[in-house]
Design a protein around this ligand. Structure first.
Ligand SMILES: [Mg+2]
Length: 327
């Protein structure tokens, strides 16, 4: 069976601003057929070709031209197989991989604010439900970046705070900022330096830093399981996303690679609908942090899957496959 291939534009309620730039809509490729559905987003900084992705998914010949093509097809197939077998996606995770017991707190991310006053109110409101908050830094002004953290800490004194710089600092600025931010008891700082600098830049950063308490995580520098070994002793954890790994099993491999070296796992996502978010959420019990709120930025999310309880913890749908259904 071949799925129906569709290009969809998802509109955001408000523009999302990070160090890479701002965006107010995102495109996703969606597959449906046999009662199953799959989806993968086009992320601006990957510059993946929409035409060749759609063409490959329709013709199905040769190697996949993009991450989006490979992931969308993988998720559709897994949803189809899961629905037929009556088992959820999470059943594919090997039992040997250590699982986290109990409820899993979800994380809410904040794009780089334009008004610190409005930001303080937003953080305070969000912290009434969510226990884990992620702040996007890399505004281009490290003083302002510092103020963002200070304002958030004051607005949400009890929240676990994660910081994601998206590579927005130079090695010199990163060393200064990481030391300065030690005062805020952050859970972690993600991708402080640009991934273009490679392993060398991470080594320079570590040399410039004394012993610090804040764990450093790699996101853009760690795309797949193969990137993990070179980052050992340079980071305390990695961000695992389905799109980076191109498949659900690729993400499992990356988690296994991280765990086998004693590294932490932050499960991440892109701005995408409940289809992609719910697929990733099946891995949440095997992560330390579940940053899966990409669907909450959408003006219209036409699917329903993972949701959050009153304390911001993940509620998985009780259904086979991805477990999502059309609203
Ligand atoms: Mg990140």
């Amino acid at each position: 069976m071949k799925p129906v291939v569709e290009l969809k534009t998802l509109h955001l309620t408000t523009p999302f601003r990070i160090a890479h730039g701002a965006s107010s809509s995102r495109q996703v490729v969606r597959l449906s057929g046999g009662g199953a559905v799959g989806e993968a987003p086009f992320v601006p900084y990957y510059h993946e070709n929409v035409e060749s992705t759609l063409g490959w998914l329709q013709a199905g010949q040769g190697p996949a031209p993009s991450r989006a093509a490979e992931l969308a097809l993988d998720l559709w197939r897994l949803d189809l197989e899961g629905r037929r077998a009556g088992s959820p996606l999470s059943a594919l995770v090997p039992v040997s991989l250590p699982k986290r017991p109990g409820l899993i707190p979800g994380c809410r991310s904040f794009s780089i604010p334009t008004s610190l006053e409005e930001f303080a109110v937003l953080v305070q409101e969000t912290a009434q439900q969510f226990q884990v908050l992620k702040l996007k830094l890399g505004s281009g002004d490290s003083e302002y970046d510092g103020q963002i953290v200070a304002v958030a800490r004051q607005a949400a004194p009890k929240a676990k705070l994660l910081v994601d710089v998206n590579g927005g600092w130079s090695v010199t600025d990163a060393a200064k900022m990481i030391l300065k931010l030690e005062a805020y008891s952050l859970e972690l700082i993600e991708q402080p330096i640009h991934h273009d600098g490679g392993i060398l830049a991470w080594q320079e950063l570590r040399l410039a830093l004394p012993r610090i308490a804040t764990p450093l995580y790699a996101d853009e520098s760690a795309q797949t399981a193969a990137d993990v070994p070179a980052l050992l002793s340079l980071v305390e954890g990695v961000n695992v996303k389905l799109l980076k790994c191109r498949s659900f099993s690729g993400a499992i491999e990356m988690i296994q690679a991280a765990r086998s070296h004693g590294l932490g796992v932050l499960l991440g996502c892109m701005i995408e609908s409940s289809i992609g978010i719910t697929a990733a959420a099946h891995l949440a019990p095997w992560s330390d942090y579940a940053d899966l709120d990409g669907h909450l930025y959408l003006a219209e999310d036409d699917y329903q899957g993972v949701t959050f309880d009153s304390k911001g913890c993940l509620i998985m749908p009780d259904a086979p496959g991805l477990g999502v259904r059309r609203r």
